[in-house]
Design a protein around this ligand. Structure first.
Ligand code: FAD
Length: 389
């Protein structure tokens, strides 16, 4: 397959090294985990050891201090090689909340451990069963009592909760009817789940259509030291918002990687498979969906690149991050759909990995933000159309 190099790819070397690492984790590895719904501990350990999960942490805290483009290149390559970065992508970016809003003491306390992997901060407790996308309607409440906050409530879809030492938690600290704006009165905490588990914290895994290690999390008078508040009390919504562009761009990069993987598989199979005495890829009905998905992927790739560049130079990048996420998730789904169709019956056979990746990549039109919500953001905030909700 034609592999265009985008102009001067500063991360070509990183991509090459990630490719080598991923070669140690072939389809059989992922298939077995998928069947047993187990966590890819060896893969995550290899990425941690190689330093790939700490690229966004500044050098003074033990990371490599690279920009978002490098992190995007790593995650894209992981997906392009048929692996699954969802197992640990959040370890890369959740720490951004501490980096941008934490005190010096908090940065010293957490970032070096996160950089080495000794501390895993990859659980993000925002979504709740009753509030859904309407984040400010969340009900989990943290009440101040002396030097502690007492937390009661529930989160859902907290991914990797069983494989994380710390959780970044968004909770209400002032009731919604006592604040001027509904985005006020929310606060962000670091929860040490190792201490809290069995002491007010319960984790219950949810079995999903793919191997994603997502959980329900319950808080029953869970005690969190007041010093674990990140940023200002009642101003936590801003802390969460600040991290969302990075998350959307990185997940978009993963979708671009998925699209590349599917397309490589489709092209290989379409060239090889002979039916009616000729390669199926000779039929335009087979070629066109693959070609269309490829074009979609390239457009999304450019948007990811622009978003990362803006993020790195400190410019606002909300529109680009959102568009990148939407376009890339649609491109990966189009490529997945084309791959299943191209492979005919074999698209459904586990040993081809197509069906597994097909299930995995579907998520990104729903999480971390669904396509409708991106469209409504663009309509209102970029195009100036009336607010719809
Ligand atoms: C596998 C998985 C992992 C996840 N990991 C995490 C995690 O680690 N941490 C975390 O906090 N969350 C996580 N999530 C939650 C995820 O972010 C939400 O599922 C997502 O934001 C959608 O919220 P919801 O499921 O409550 O859907 P709802 O908000 O109930 O929406 C349902 C549907 O209605 C549409 N809709 C809702 N309101 C509107 C509107 N005003 N206009 C148009 N359409 C609308 C939505 O687009 C969606 O399609 C995860 C979810 C999944 C499935």
């Amino acid at each position: 397959m034609h592999q265009p190099m985008l102009a001067a790819d500063a991360n070509a070397e990183i991509r090459e090294e990630v490719r080598k690492l991923c070669a140690r984790f072939p389809g059989e590895y992922w298939r077995k985990l998928d069947a047993e719904r187990r966590y890819p501990s060896d893969f995550v350990a290899a990425l941690t050891e190689a330093g790939y999960l700490s690229v966004l942490i500044p050098e003074e805290y033990g990371g490599s201090g690279l920009g978002l483009s490098a992190a995007a290149a790593i995650l894209e390559t992981i997906q392009e090689e048929g692996c699954n970065g969802a197992a640990c992508h959040a370890q890369m970016y959740i720490m951004g909340a501490i980096l941008r809003h934490g005190s010096d003491a908090q940065k010293q306390q957490y970032l070096p451990g996160i950089a080495t992997g000794a501390l895993r901060l990859q659980a993000f407790g925002v979504t709740e069963p009753t509030s859904g996308t309407d984040t400010t309607a969340l009900r989990t409440f943290a009440r101040r009592e002396g030097d502690e906050f007492i937390v009661n409530g529930q989160k859902i879809w907290t991914s990797r909760a069983e494989h994380s030492d710390l959780m970044l938690l968004l909770a209400r600290t002032t009731p919604r009817d006592q604040v001027a704006k509904k985005t006020e009165g929310l606060s962000v905490f670091i929860v040490d789940m190792r201490e809290a588990l069995g002491n007010g914290l319960t984790i219950r895994p949810i079995r999903t259509m793919m191997n994603h290690n997502s959980c329900e999390v319950f808080f029953d008078n869970m005690r969190v030291p007041a010093e674990n508040l990140i940023g200002q009390l009642d101003r936590g919504f801003r802390v969460i918002l600040d991290g969302m562009n990075a998350e959307r761009l990185l997940i978009a990069a993963e979708c671009v990687g998925d699209a590349k993987w599917f397309t490589k598989k489709s092209v290989g199979y379409a060239n090889e498979r002979q039916v009616f005495g000729r390669a199926i890829g000779q039929n335009q009905g087979v070629q066109f969906p693959i070609a269309r998905a490829y074009a979609q992927m390239r457009a999304a790739e450019l948007m990811v690149r622009e978003g990362c560049q803006k993020f790195e130079s400190g410019q606002p990048c909300g529109p680009e991050a959102n568009m990148a996420k939407m376009l890339a998730a649609e491109a990966s789904w189009a490529a997945a759909e084309a791959a299943v169709q191209t492979h005919g019956g074999f698209g459904f056979a586990e040993e081809y990995d197509i069906e597994r990746k097909f299930r995995e990549t579907r998520l990104y039109q729903v999480a971390p933000i669904s396509t409708n919500l991106i469209l409504s953001y663009l309509s209102e905030h970029v195009l100036g159309l009336p607010r719809s909700y």
